[in-house]
Design a protein around this ligand. Structure first.
Ligand SMILES: Nc1ncnc2c1ncn2[C@@H]1O[C@H](COP(=O)(O)OP(=O)(O)OP(=O)(O)O)[C@@H](O)[C@H]1O
Ligand SMILES: [Mg+2]
Length: 479
């Protein structure tokens, strides 16, 4: 039935209220059933006690009678014992079954149960069930003695006492009680549901305030926070998580807008240069050489722009985890030697000594990204080391991976810049940085590459002495 519209799930308030009412109804039913059972048992017991008391009374009336014939002659003393009890039926028979007295007639036969002998007091076990026309009944047979000698308490003629009782009025009472219980149960369930709904709705008001706050938040109003101090524990945890999420969002949005502003700023410079140069060139006729020179100069700017765009894209893709790592088992010594060969002439040009020191070592690293990371560090070192200095690249195995370090001599990085140099577009020394070639993206790219590998990038700079960048690759297996 997929074409039917999906039903909206019930609200939490209603769910909890319904659960509460289910709990209440179950409790009512269990308690009601228990009360009913207890009442029924107690009533039955009381009826049996009454039956026994009546038989005792009848026995003593019989004892006081002068003879069996007196029963037939005047049944009143015996009948009086049952005054006010229309549900009782008394029969008194001779031992051989001849009726002497019968208060009412029942169409149902009474079962032939054992008779309690004369002189033995009755107990609860002497009471038996019998089946009247309607409902159920209890009965007892006992032997009574007529005309007992008052002085000695002996003698007397035995007669059969049969006392039966219908319990239909009792059952009616119990049925009425069940009816009352059911009404109370329905009423109680409704009341529990309504009260539950009100109570849950009241408890949920804190949630609603969270929702209202969340509704209020957008990218320009990310500084709103939930006040969680006076909230209940459960909500405090949720509120704290929500606030932490807002912190991260705010930080992310701030970085994103800063990133966009920096990007626009850095793109504007080369584009402006290109525009001005082109305008100047077009202001009057030029020779072919002049145009060639202009195009060559423009090409440099284009290359810089292309590099910036490529770097920015790389970082954006690394941020969104869209870059798939292609780890390979690399010969690190060979990789670092290749980098040395690539930068050797550049270092020589800058009047620097470039050394590589790596033992034979293998590690599981993405070769393209490793090159990119180390290239960035080495080109930084060459760029920021004054002539006459040294740039050293070293590698060593650690317990759970490999460490690569790129260090250089020179003035180093001032402590106030250290926490920021890994940020995008951050350049420690604006004056010293070669504005035309430096974008401040190199180290953020290295950091992104290390994050992709699950590794760490760190720096240690002693101004005037040595500046070292460490790449700590973890998880790669050493061979
Ligand atoms: N080896 C180093 N010695 C001294 N300062 C350094 C060194 N490496 C980086 N820095 C400082 O850190 C800043 C950030 O470096 P990063 O590589 O991110 O950007 P950049 O080199 O300025 O530009 P890009 O690498 O994008 O061309 C540099 O501007 C520089 O001031
Ligand atoms: Mg750099």
């Amino acid at each position: 039935m997929t074409w039917l519209p999906r039903r909206r799930p019930l609200s939490l308030t209603l769910r909890v209220a319904l659960l509460l009412s289910a709990v209440a109804v179950t409790t009512f039913i269990v308690v009601g059933a228990y009360l009913y059972q207890t009442l029924q048992r107690q009533m039955a017991r009381r009826d049996d006690v009454e039956l026994i008391a009546k038989v005792d009374q009848i026995r003593s009336v019989l004892e006081d009678l002068p003879s069996v014939a007196a029963i037939v002659r005047d049944a009143r003393p015996l009948k009086d014992t049952l005054t006010g009890h229309n549900d009782f039926m008394l029969r008194v028979n001779t031992p051989d079954g001849k009726p002497l007295l019968q208060t009412s007639i029942t169409s149902r036969p009474l079962p032939a149960v054992d008779s309690v002998p004369a002189g033995r007091p009755l107990t609860m076990d002497d009471i038996h069930d019998w089946q009247p026309q309607t409902g159920r009944g209890r009965m007892v047979r006992a032997v009574g003695l007529v005309g007992v000698d008052t002085a000695s308490g002996k003698g007397g003629e035995p007669v059969q006492i049969i006392l039966a009782r219908e319990r239909s009025d009792r059952l009616k009472l119990l049925r009425a009680y069940v009816g009352d219980l059911l009404v109370a149960l329905c009423g109680g369930a409704l009341l529990a549901t309504a009260l539950g709904y009100v109570v849950v709705r009241y408890s949920m008001r804190q949630f609603r305030s969270v929702i209202a706050k969340a509704d209020d938040i957008n990218t320009s109003r990310l500084n709103t926070r939930l006040s969680v101090d006076d909230a209940p524990v459960e909500l405090r945890q949720m509120g704290a998580a929500f606030n932490a999420m807002l912190d991260r969002l705010e930080d992310g949005v701030q970085r994103l807008s800063g990133f966009a502003a920096d990007l626009a700023h850095d793109l504007r410079t080369p584009v402006n240069t290109l525009m001005v140069e082109t305008q100047v060139a077009l202001s009057r006729p030029r020779t072919a050489e002049e145009y060639q020179h202009l195009l060559a100069s423009n090409l440099e700017e284009y290359e810089r722009l292309a590099r910036m765009i490529e770097n920015t894209l790389f970082l954006a893709r690394a941020d969104n985890a869209q870059l798939a790592l292609q780890r390979e088992s690399l010969d690190l010594q060979a990789e670092l030697q290749r980098i040395h060969d690539y930068f050797e002439f550049l270092a020589e040009d800058a009047g620097l000594r470039l050394t590589v020191d790596a033992p034979p070592l293998r590690a599981e690293i993405d070769p393209v990204l490793l090159q990119r990371a180390v290239n960035n560090l080495v080109s930084n070192a060459i760029r920021y080391t004054p002539a006459g200095g040294t740039v050293a690249v070293t590698a060593r195995a650690t317990a759970d991976g490999v460490d690569i370090a790129v260090s250089n001599t020179g003035p180093g990085i001032a402590p106030e810049h250290l926490p920021h140099i890994f940020d995008r577009y951050y350049r420690a020394d604006q004056a010293r940085s070669d504005q035309a070639h430096s974008a401040g993206l190199g180290l953020s790219i290295v950091r992104a590459i290390m994050a992709l590998h699950g590794g760490k990038l760190s720096v240690d700079s002693q101004p005037g002495e040595l500046t070292t960048f460490f790449l700590q690759f973890r998880g790669g297996k050493n061979i």
